[in-house]
Design a protein around this ligand. Structure first.
Ligand SMILES: CCCCCCCCCCC/C=C/C(=O)SCCNC(=O)CCNC(=O)[C@H](O)C(C)(C)COP(=O)(O)OP(=O)(O)OC[C@H]1O[C@@H](n2cnc3c(N)ncnc32)[C@H](O)[C@@H]1OP(=O)(O)O
Length: 360
């Protein structure tokens, strides 16, 4: 059976999550098959003999001759699946059942207990900032949660923050194709990431244990319930960063809180307290920090005993008329960001953040 584009994309994600370095020879094979599958036969001039790395890559790609794109795609998927050990499989195929902890994630802790799958952002020393790898891990965890035995899925953070948004060092890892290639890849990644939230089939709950920034705030409009500690704040400093709204917030926020309140957050970067966010409808309920975990989990355990099919079907009927619109909004936001990320305003803001400690 021939592989689909989705299988190919999944395989690309799996490669990023490989626990063990597969070695240079395999990496060259993967590179060559990827290029052949996406661009066809080698179409670039042979690098000079002393440009060792690019010459090795060119040899590997050129060596595939006129192998059809479809076959290259198939071979790529087969090669990745032969490399994926049991730990990387466990990230996409969650083991159903209670009290299980899923291995295979670097910066997430995913557990299933009492019919609730909890996805914990687990990078507290960096305030749970989301690296490129974490975007992939969260997508895999959501996919697994959508297929496991749980009836509710929870996203929460470890340490004092819920999440400080996109890890700004994601801007520094520029590939040989330059900023433009990086921006393009990031735009696809962001689109896929947000799509996972739009399409998530089970009730999705955010347990906002502390301050939330950027994308961790905007996607809240795609959750079914948002519980917040009274320590939490909600901040979307997009203009300060030379960026623009994502996570469908350009559509969900005006709908939830009205256009002028949404503008204060999304254009002017007004930071809301948990109480304010609740008054605006972004947060379902605020709890005192001292009893937050106990009260929230007691509530969620009670909800998890409700009939799962009824909950899933109710979610579906509540959301289904909006889905097409949300996908279109997501695609447009990602497209706008593609050029924002290449702007001087954005680059300067990122450089300022990354160099701030050096200035102290
Ligand atoms: C070319 C195109 C590439 C594009 C790639 C994009 C990919 C998809 C993008 C999706 C769109 C998302 C947008 C957003 O989320 S915008 C919001 C981004 N986040 C921020 O601007 C927050 C930045 N952080 C802060 O302002 C402060 O750190 C914070 C207020 C959160 C906490 O301050 P505090 O003083 O309490 O603590 P520290 O600053 O000392 O933080 C502790 C350590 O954590 C590191 N940290 C925190 N947040 C981030 C972050 N977002 N990115 C990277 N690193 C972060 C911080 O540097 C400290 O680290 P060190 O101890 O090592 O210095």
């Amino acid at each position: 059976m021939s592989v689909t584009q989705k299988d190919f994309e999944n395989a690309m994600n799996q490669v990023k999550l490989l626990k063990k370095d597969p070695g240079n020879e395999v990496k060259l094979k993967l590179y060559a098959l990827y290029k052949q599958a996406t661009e066809g036969p080698c179409n670039i001039p042979k690098p000079g003999a002393f440009d060792f790395v690019n010459k090795a890559k060119w040899d590997a790609w050129n060596g595939l001759g006129s192998l059809p794109k479809e076959t290259a795609r198939q071979n790529y998927v087969d090669l990745v699946s032969s490399l994926s050990g049991p730990s990387s499989e466990s990230s996409s195929q969650v083991k159903p059942g209670a009290d299980s902890k899923q291995e295979g994630y670097e910066n997430l802790l995913v557990t299933s207990e009492d019919r609730i799958t909890k996805i914990l952002l687990n990078r507290p020393t960096k305030k749970n900032a989301i690296t490129t790898q974490m975007y992939h891990e969260i997508m895999l965890a959501l996919k697994a949660a959508s297929q496991d035995d749980s009836v509710l899925t929870v996203l929460t953070g470890s340490g004092d923050y819920y999440c400080s948004g996109n890890d700004l060092t994601n801007f520094t890892d520029i590939p040989p194709g330059g900023v433009e290639e990086k921006a393009k890849n990031s735009s696809f990644l962001l689109r896929d990431f947000v799509n996972c939230f739009i399409d998530f089939p089970k009730p999705l709950v955010a347990v906002v244990n502390g301050p939330a920034v950027g994308i961790s705030v905007t996607i809240l409009g795609l959750f079914d319930i948002v519980y917040a500690s009274d320590r939490a704040t909600f901040h979307t400093p997009f203009s300060h960063l030379g960026q623009s709204p994502e996570g469908c917030s350009s559509y969900t926020f005006p709908k939830i809180m009205g256009s002028s309140k949404a503008a204060e957050m999304l254009i002017f970067g007004k930071k809301l307290t948990a109480g304010e966010a609740c008054a605006q409808g972004l947060v379902t309920q605020v709890f005192p920090d001292s009893t937050f975990q106990k009260e929230v989990w007691t509530r969620l355990k009670a909800y998890s005993k409700l009939p799962p099919n009824a909950m899933r079907i109710s979610k579906e009927i509540i959301r289904k008329n909006e889905k097409e619109k949300l996908h279109a909004v997501n695609a447009e936001e990602c497209n706008v960001l593609l050029s924002r990320w290449q702007s001087d305003e954005c680059m300067n803001a990122v450089v300022n953040f990354l160099s701030r400690k050096a200035k102290l």
